[in-house]
Ligand binder design. Structure first.
Ligand code: ATR
Length: 271
């Protein structure tokens, strides 16, 4: 029976066990997916041991997503570019393969939820420059977006992304974030602002074109103030839960041998 799970510290709030558990049950597959609370100082030891205990792989979440890169034997190009991994595959030869499916999940969610969205149509504006934003930038550039505009409270993190991802990335000052929305086809909140218990996003959306697609990585609440404001301007909006669901699919397929569906039944199971 294949075993998989999610490694984090803390891990109690992860939705991944419910997500994978739903798929295992739906498809009648043998296997288990468990939450694994692992302290940073134990990460290396746990990764060496899990394959010997029947694990075929794990998802990785905060605070381990960067650290696992140094512990993996093979790192995919996209995980290396993003600088973090969220999916590990323990291969039969003992090697640990690290991938990052966050960007894949981001794009797959937009393609499913907004089939008319065309990345090539215009610049994308991204608020935030943390780990999640890096995956979003990588995937948007990959999808053919002509220009990625970035604004972050800590400007240096945005400059760092520009220096690693190249000239299609343009950095704006956090105070000018409202201005960077002019003429964009895609707008993304990749900050934690708008999340329950966090501060509110104070970027004015007056320049956001009504034709633009707006999406948020925050999914608690599902309908964030950013999405509500964008919708009031006439924009199509896509919530952040779908990205979480889609990023899980490649790992599930590798570990349990079946390509899973992302649909409303899954959304209800995870919420
Ligand atoms: P994640 O992996 O979710 O991206 P992260 O790397 O901690 O997590 O990034 C959080 C993002 O939210 C960052 O862009 C952060 O801005 P800084 O780089 O300046 O920290 C942004 N963020 C968090 N709290 C914020 C606040 N009060 N105002 C503006 N931006 C904030």
């Amino acid at each position: 029976v294949p075993l998989a799970g999610v490694i984090g510290w803390p891990i109690a709030h992860s939705r991944s066990p419910r997500l994978h558990g739903h798929w295992l049950q739906r498809y009648g597959l043998k296997g288990h997916y468990v939450p694994l609370p692992v302290r940073p100082e134990h990460l290396a030891e746990v990764l060496r041991t899990l394959p010997r205990a029947g694990f075929v792989g794990v998802n990785v979440t905060i605070p381990h997503k960067e650290a696992v890169l140094a512990l993996a034997d093979v790192v995919t190009d996209r995980a290396a570019l993003i600088g973090a991994a969220n999916t590990l595959i323990f291969r039969p030869d003992g090697k640990i393969h690290a991938d990052n499916t966050d960007g894949y999940g981001f794009i797959a969610n937009l393609r499913q939820s907004a089939p008319d969205w065309i990345p090539e149509f215009g610049p994308a504006a991204i608020l935030g420059a943390g780990g999640a934003a890096r995956a979003v930038v990588a995937s948007l550039l990959d999808a053919g977006v002509p220009e990625v505009r970035l604004a972050n409270r800590t400007r240096l993190r945005a400059e760092q992304i520009r220096s690693e991802f190249g000239a299609r990335v343009v950095v704006y000052d956090w105070g000018q974030a409202g201005n960077m929305l002019e003429g964009v086809a895609t707008a993304v909140n990749a900050t934690s602002l708008g999340m329950e218990g966090a501060g509110s996003l104070r970027v004015p959306l007056d320049a956001l074109p009504p034709e633009a697609l707006a999406t948020d990585l925050v999914y608690t609440p599902l309908d964030t103030p950013f999405l509500i404001d964008a919708r009031a301007r006439g924009c199509q909006t896509v919530d952040g839960l779908g990205m979480l669901l889609h990023q899980a699919a490649p790992g599930f397929e590798r570990w349990f041998g079946r390509k899973p569906e992302v649909d409303d039944e899954l959304r209800r199971a995870v919420l």
